[in-house]
Design a binder for this molecule. Structure first.
Ligand code: AMP
Length: 288
């Protein structure tokens, strides 16, 4: 198959900045989609969103060691560069930035300056994965400074991550419009994720239950139930019974990510659970 090959792939900061300075002199609006690769339809939906809003779209693929804990899957994280590159060409991406670790952390990640978004970090994924969001805020800040995009698109799948990026951008006066894109799901309802590849066929069938349990909680709240503690406990029990090891199942205010009170009307139900080797996260939003 002949593919359109106008996408440039560059690996160094100097090269990517060189390309983008020319693009900027042409007055083009630059959109950016950061990823860790192993691309699926969720990532591609962000690319499409960026293309709708911008004249020129940059995607990065970088597996950022700073956001992985010592016992996490940094080494085994799926790396599928060639397939990813082909998908991005097909989507009409203009520029792919794939730096090495040495390019990003030339003196090692340990002594690198970090960005900590304390207000939103100490709960949900942040409490079970210490340092995770500091790693994310740091790499995203660094990529923003390197690329200086006008618009950056993130998935609502990683709801807390999106909230943290928005807060960082606001607090540090970064001149970037942050756009959230809806969760892309498989037909079963399972949110697409690079880590779904860790699931066996049986686990993949079972995994759809995470979305079902969150959706049931949503329906209960929409039907008038306000005992959030009971819904939270119920969610845990249902997931554990189905073979998950639930990490959290929290009904929270969409803006502060603090436990929902009876005064809050814009909510999100955030959940994370281990299933086999995979740590799955998902969420649904609701207005009451
Ligand atoms: P990752 O490669 O997992 O770091 O994800 C890169 C970007 O893709 C992040 O903004 C994620 O929130 C987003 N993303 C991952 N999975 C999905 C999905 N199923 N739907 C929408 N966005 C997603």
């Amino acid at each position: 198959m002949t593919m359109e090959t106008s996408m440039k792939t560059v690996g160094t900061i100097a090269d990517v900045q060189d390309v983008l300075s020319t693009v900027r002199t042409q007055g083009k609006k630059v959109g950016f989609v950061p990823t860790m690769g192993n691309l699926h339809d969720g990532h591609l939906s962000l690319v499409r969103e960026a293309k709708k809003r911008c004249d020129y779209v940059v995607v990065s693929i970088y597996v950022n060691q700073l956001q992985f804990g010592p016992n996490e899957d940094y080494d085994s994280y799926p790396r599928t560069f060639e397939e990813d590159q082909e998908l991005l060409v097909q989507e009409g991406v203009d520029l792919l930035f794939t730096p090495t670790s040495h390019e990003i952390y030339p003196e090692g990640a340990e002594h690198h300056t970090v960005v900590r978004v304390d207000a939103l970090d100490g709960m949900h994924c942040g409490s079970s994965r210490p340092g995770f969001f500091t790693g994310i805020a740091t790499i995203v800040c660094k990529l923003f400074n390197i690329l200086r995009p006008d618009v950056a698109v993130f998935g609502e799948k990683d709801f807390q991550q999106l909230a943290i990026i928005r807060k960082m951008v606001e607090d540090l006066c970064m001149p970037i419009e942050v756009v959230g894109a809806p969760i892309a799901r498989a037909d079963s309802g399972l949110a697409l994720s690079s880590r779904n590849g860790y699931l066996t066929a049986d686990e993949r069938n079972a995994a759809a239950l995470l979305y079902q349990v969150i959706s049931e909680a949503r329906e209960q709240i929409l039907a008038g139930e306000r005992n959030y503690d009971a819904i939270h406990r119920d969610g845990f029990v249902k997931l554990a019974r189905a073979g998950f090891k639930p990490d959290y199942f929290n009904i929270v205010d969409r803006h502060t990510l603090q436990p929902a009170t009876l005064k809050d009307d814009k909510l999100v139900i955030l959940a994370a659970a281990m299933l086999g080797r995979a740590r799955l996260i998902d969420n649904v939003q609701l207005d009451i």
